[in-house]
Every structure is written in C-alpha cells, then in structure tokens.
Write a protein that binds this ligand. Structure first.
Ligand code: NAP
Length: 267
C-alpha cells in the first residue's frame, strides 16, 4: 500500500517494455505526487496499453537519454526493461550518471532449475545451436523477433517459432512453423502445444518471470530438454527484483534531484 505523500511532485522516467513496467504504471495511476512517464522502444506493433504518459522510440544513446532527462526535468530514472535488453540498460546507467539523477534498476530473477528439469545453458544463440547438435531435432523457439534470425545457421532442424509479432520476412528454413501469441502462457496449454508438435527441445532465453515460465514447467512434466540463453552482463547499479521494491524506493525519492536511499547493487 502506498502512503499519500505531502512532498512536491516527482517526475520519474520509467524505461519499460515489460510486464513489471506496466504494473508499476498501473499502481501509480492517479497519484498526484508522482508524475510518471513510461518509455517504450517502439518495436512491438500493438503494445499492451499502459496508463498515464507514454513515449516511444530510442533516445540516441546514453548522451541522448541524459539530454532528454535534463530537458524534461525528470527527478529520477528507473530501468525496468527486459533482462536481455543490455544496450538500453547500459545507456540508462550512464545517462543517470551524466544527468546526476537517482537511478534504480528492476531485474526479475533468472529461472532456476528444479528437480526433473533437463536444462543446459548457453552464452548465446550459436552456442545454444551447438548444444542442440548436428542431428535434426524438433525445436520450439521463443527467442523474440529481433534475434531469431540466428537459427538459420541450423537449417537441419524442424522449428516451431513463437513471437508476439509476425516474423517478416520468413526465415530461410525448410521446416519452420510460426505462431504469433502474447503471454502469459499457462502450463497446460504449453504441454498441449509441445505434445501436438512433438517438440524435443526448447530454445529460449532465461528471461525469468511467471508469464513465460509455463513452457518450462510443461517441459519438466514431459521430460523435454531446454537450452536456455544465459543473461547478458548488465551494469552494476542499484537494483531490486520486485515491483513493490521500486514503489517503495519512489516513496523515499525527493523532488528537485534529491537522492533516494541506495538499493542493493547488482541483485
Ligand atoms: P536493447 O538492445 O537494449 O536496446 C536497443 C536500443 O533500443 C537502445 O539503445 C535504445 O535506443 C532503444 N530502446 C530500448 N529500450 C527502450 C525503451 N524502453 N525506451 C526507449 N528506447 C529504448 O533493447 P532490446 O533488447 O531490443 O529491447 C527493446 C525493448 O523491448 C526494451 O524496452 C525491452 O524492455 C523490451 N523487451 C526486450 C526483450 C528482449 O528479449 N530483448 C524481451 C521483452 C521485451 P537509443 O540508443 O536510440 O536510445
């Protein structure tokens, strides 16, 4: 529960594109003391609605973001982007430093294997394809539209590829089926999908969070292997791992560029 605050209005820029950023905007909707703007990259064709002010598109690197923060007189910056969005996270850390603003990152914890999971970890997509091997297999891919093209390097497999927006042009693969769908994905439906397509291995990012975990819960039950791309290196900055912790941090934030109490670094 957020306490009403008598302090002056705080202007906060929230870098989003995630469920968590949308939840923060929903929780802050209607608050007179926090003036939140959510920033989206503008890649998804029909992003889910976010309450309040939303802006879209890149800033032109860290310096561009720092200039935007100053020009728009923001009091603080929060990075709630996806854990694989390493470029914007690095820019955000640098921009907050340049602008001299309080800064917090929200990072959802990575998924951890449980008893019965058959997971292997790869540093990147080429390494993941090497683990999947040279022999043809039936592979379910959820890497996201921007990076999925790298699987063209392994045309021997039969791919089922799921993305939010259509992958256009289609990949240079002789055996690929495409599904367009937006999470959350429930375990039961994922089990049915994996069974229907006789999937042998899942190729995905270790994104963390509940919305896309269903496929891994289903894989555990079905005894299906998963090759997960490990998290990229992210900047060592004050970090929390829950939406509530971001809201709490905002409560202690001053207006006029006053510093908020530090969060733990690199959660
Ligand atoms: P990225 O590689 O880290 O960022 C590339 C560039 O896109 C950034 O340098 C920045 O351009 C712009 N950008 C990224 N996020 C932005 C934001 N929230 N607001 C304004 N500009 C942004 O990012 P990405 O991996 O392509 O992800 C793009 C967006 O999709 C992020 O907002 C992320 O939260 C969301 N997303 C990503 C994934 C994923 O797997 N990567 C999954 C789900 C959602 P400038 O340098 O010009 O400022």
């Amino acid at each position: 529960m957020i306490r009403p605050s008598a302090s002056a209005q705080r202007r906060i820029l929230l870098l989003g594109g995630t469920t968590e950023a949308r939840l923060i905007a929903e929780r802050l909707a209607g608050r007179g003391d926090i003036d939140l703007t959510v920033s989206l990259a503008g890649r998804t064709q029909n992003p889910l609605a976010v309450p309040g002010a939303v802006r879209s598109g890149g800033f032109g690197g860290a310096k561009g973001l720092a200039a935007y923060l100053a020009a728009e007189r923001f009091d603080a910056l929060v990075d709630a982007t996806h854990p694989f969005a390493a470029g914007i996270s690095a820019n955000a850390a640098e921009a907050a430093r340049l602008a001299g603003l309080p800064f917090l990152a929200l990072r959802r914890p990575a998924w951890q294997p449980q008893r019965g999971d058959r997971w292997r970890e790869a540093a990147d997509i080429p390494a993941a394809l090497a683990l999947i091997g040279a022999a043809p297999r039936r592979v379910f891919v959820t890497l996201g539209r921007n990076e999925v093209g790298a699987i063209e390097a392994a045309p021997q497999h039969a791919f089922l590829i799921r993305s939010i927006d259509p992958i256009v042009p289609r990949l240079k693969l002789s055996d690929a089926r495409y599904i367009e769908a937006r999470g959350p994905f429930e375990e039961a439906a994922e089990r049915a999908l994996l069974t229907e397509h006789r999937i042998e291995v899942i190729l995905a990012k270790n994104s963390g969070g509940a919305a896309s975990y269903g496929k891994l819960a289903a894989a555990r039950v079905l005894g299906i292997e998963a090759v997960l791309i490990a998290r990229p290196k992210l900047p060592d900055v004050p970090t929390v791992d829950r939406v509530d912790a971001v809201l709490e941090w905002m409560e202690h934030l001053g207006s006029g560029h006053q510093a908020a109490p530090p969060a733990r670094r690199g959660v």
